[in-house]
Design a binder for this molecule. Structure first.
Ligand SMILES: [Zn+2]
Length: 63
């Protein structure tokens, strides 16, 4: 399994060596404090607060 990293822009997880599935950048963080999974991002208040539009797994606090 390859290592997972977090997009600094969107905070979504993706595999190291790839680019973010949302913003297509490859500026990432390798350290975070928590994670959250969104299955219905467009209906979730927490997702809206975080600026999340796409379902997936996101990091809470990146460093
Ligand atoms: Zn991104």
């Amino acid at each position: 399994m390859s290592k997972r990293v977090v997009c600094r822009n969107c905070k979504i997880f993706f595999e190291e060596g790839g680019s973010c599935p949302v913003c297509k950048r490859n500026s990432f963080a390798t350290s975070w404090q928590g994670r959250i999974q969104f299955i219905n991002a467009e209906k979730s208040v927490i997702a809206q607060k975080m600026g999340v539009e796409k379902d997936g797994e996101y990091a809470i606090k990146i460093r």
